[in-house]
Design a protein around this ligand. Structure first.
Ligand code: ARG
Length: 590
């Protein structure tokens, strides 16, 4: 464990360093230090080390115990079981460390040692189509990863790979040409997201009906694709209208989600159009792709269809058209070659895993991905309804995202209104504002609090509940702390390392200590749910602390009160920072 013990190093880190220093062959062995129920920490690394050194683990552990010198840090250390170490740290170490943490605007979260550039592909809805819950997941998980990665010092470039190209545009454009008034809203400036989507939807449906029933229209639509790909100006202008109209809708959804999406970061499939031909030429010339039944294909030994025949990645279809794969491969060239990415991260449904597996492997064969430039799919599972089936309306249609978000906000607003009283004193405008922050937070948190790859049930009742693993619970804990701090009067938050801590104070303090490690882990493992779990535990430990340790009434001794206010304040700041990394707001009063 190579690390520098700095002022803001955690108790955990300092302890790990002290153990490494006391271990024979220091540096080569990880003490595998974990929080434990028996003591504050347990170190399990001696077992592996003993095996390596062909020694007796208990003897080795005893040797470490007598060799370790950190009286300020360690209160008690003992050998247990086959060679574990149980360690209790001093109260002083906890409070001193947290005090140093509190003096740091980053709350002690270290910058990553080898920060690079990550291009993250997320929030990628499709033009002229309604967004669905899958797009919600990509947006929410992606936005959290952006914040977490940036906080650890990584340079992050956002890419919204929207579906804005392909054969369906022939049909749409041709229809609009023949029915020119259908995208007219009169006063264009007043078009809202919903109006934009509803006209797009109508055009989509109507053109689809025509396409399926009218052979001549079908032919005209196909010719229109050719015109689009050739960049024929009138066709392109109409295509642009579809894109612009869709963006009005996308922005309305992202806005409701309290999410910033910047126009230059929207580089959809069409953005790589000029590269497709060259991508295919390189792949063919290097032999990575071969012609098969007229199409340009890449084959893999381990990818076979149900019939046992290999399923290739098709980069160019036999009719000369390019598909999803050619675009993604070109995007890789752009992101690696021009944007100088060291990591490519894709926040995309796990059902597209095979596609990405083949695309990444192709890019490796072509030399675009190397040991220095890695690609990773952060795949997410399906959003299910309460019945455990993929989330649909009763009519079997995809649920409109806006409706879902509105309902979440409505429910959260009722909660806020019900809990409001004379002491909290929220105005109607604040109730509405807080309701939005709670409702949207609840939707995001539900998405972020289970490991991404798993499916989860979209259950609004559970999401906005004040009890249990919800953002609402943590937001209320935050607001309560803010209220305590306002009520503290003359007394202020001051750390007192000389004090003895109550069990609930130690538990809270040791959890606060872990913040930096948790953020680092969420960043390197692409696991925002670990941060969510940390936040929920922090709020729970605070609740226990607040029940067991009076802060204001009955008034404890001055130093005790100050030290407790200090713990309150650091907890609030950590909740605020942690939730902010997940894209969730923390109202001051609830
Ligand atoms: N637009 C796609 C969809 O709705 C997701 C795009 C994912 N990103 C990518 N580079 N292929 O499923």
């Amino acid at each position: 464990m190579a690390s520098v013990t700095s002022l803001t190093a955690s108790v955990h880190q300092r302890l790990a360093d002290a153990l490494s220093a006391a271990l024979p062959e220091a540096g080569s062995a990880d003490p595998l230090l974990r929080r434990s129920d028996r003591a504050d920490y347990q170190a399990n690394g001696i077992l592996a080390l003993a095996k390596k050194l062909k020694g007796n683990p208990r003897e080795l552990a005893t040797q470490v115990v007598s060799g370790i010198t950190a009286p300020d840090l360690i209160k008690d250390i003992e050998v247990s079981g086959p060679g574990f170490l149980n360690i209790t740290v001093t109260d002083r170490a906890i409070v001193e460390t947290l005090a140093a943490r509190a003096a740091d605007a980053r709350l002690g979260v270290p910058y990553k040692e080898n920060a690079g550039t990550t291009v993250i592909d997320y929030a990628q809805p499709n033009v002229a189509k309604e967004m669905h819950v899958g797009h919600l997941r990509s947006a929410v998980i992606g936005a959290a990863m952006v914040e977490i990665l940036e906080f650890t010092g990584e340079s992050v470039i956002r890419r919204h790979h929207i579906g804005d190209w392909g054969t369906q545009f022939g049909m749409l454009i041709q229809y609009l040409l023949e029915h020119p008034s259908e995208l007219d809203h009169g006063d264009a400036a007043s078009v809202d997201g919903e109006a934009a989507m509803s006209s797009l939807n109508k055009i989509y449906k109507a053109s689809r009906v025509l396409f399926d029933s009218d052979e001549e229209f079908k032919t005209r639509a196909r010719d229109r694709v050719v015109a689009l790909q050739a960049g024929e100006p009138e066709t392109l202008a109409l295509w642009q209208r579809f894109v612009d109209e869709s963006k009005i809708y996308f922005y309305s959804v992202f806005d409701k989600l309290d999410m910033q999406i910047a126009d230059p970061d929207i580089v959809g499939e069409s953005g790589y159009n000029d590269m497709l031909e060259e991508t295919c030429r390189i792949l063919e010339e290097t032999g990575v792709a071969v012609r098969s039944e007229g199409a340009l294909c890449v084959f893999f030994d381990d990818v076979k269809g149900p019939d046992g025949n290999p399923t290739p990645l098709i980069v160019k279809k036999s009719n000369g058209g390019y598909g999803y794969a050619a675009t993604d491969l070109s995007a890789i060239r752009n992101r690696v070659g021009d944007l100088k990415a060291t990591t490519l991260l894709y926040v995309v449904d796990v059902r597209q895993s095979l596609h990405f597996k083949m695309v990444f492997e192709t890019a490796r064969r072509a030399g675009w991905l190397t040991d220095e430039v890695k690609a990773h799919q952060l795949g997410f599972g399906t959003v299910l309804g309460k019945d455990g089936k993929p989330f649909k309306t009763r009519e079997g249609e995809t649920v409109r995202l806006i409706d879902l978000l509105d309902e979440a906000v409505d429910r959260a607003t009722s909660v806020v209104r019900e809990k409001n009283n004379a002491k909290i004193g929220l105005s109607e405008a604040e109730i509405v504002e807080n309701g939005a922050q709670i409702g949207i937070g609840a939707v995001k948190y539900a998405d972020l609090s289970t490991s991404a790859a798993r499916d989860y049930k979209f259950d609004l009742d559970q999401m906005v509940s004040l009890n249990g693993d919800t953002s609402v619970y943590s937001q209320y804990a935050y607001a309560r702390i803010r209220s305590i701090l306002r009520d503290a009067g003359e007394r202020t938050a001051v750390a007192h390392p000389e004090l003895e801590l109550a069990p609930a104070e130690r538990a809270l303090g040791l959890h606060l200590d872990q913040f930096g490690e948790v953020v680092a882990e969420a960043a390197t493992e692409y696991e925002p749910h670990k941060l969510a779990a940390y936040i929920y535990r922090l709020a729970s430990l605070f609740t226990t602390f607040y029940t067991e340790c009076p802060v204001i009434k009955p008034a404890p001794a001055l130093e005790v009160a100050e030290n407790r206010l200090f713990l309150c304040d650091l907890t609030a700041r950590t909740l605020h920072q942690g939730l902010a990394l997940l894209g969730i707001r923390t109202p001051e009063r609830l």
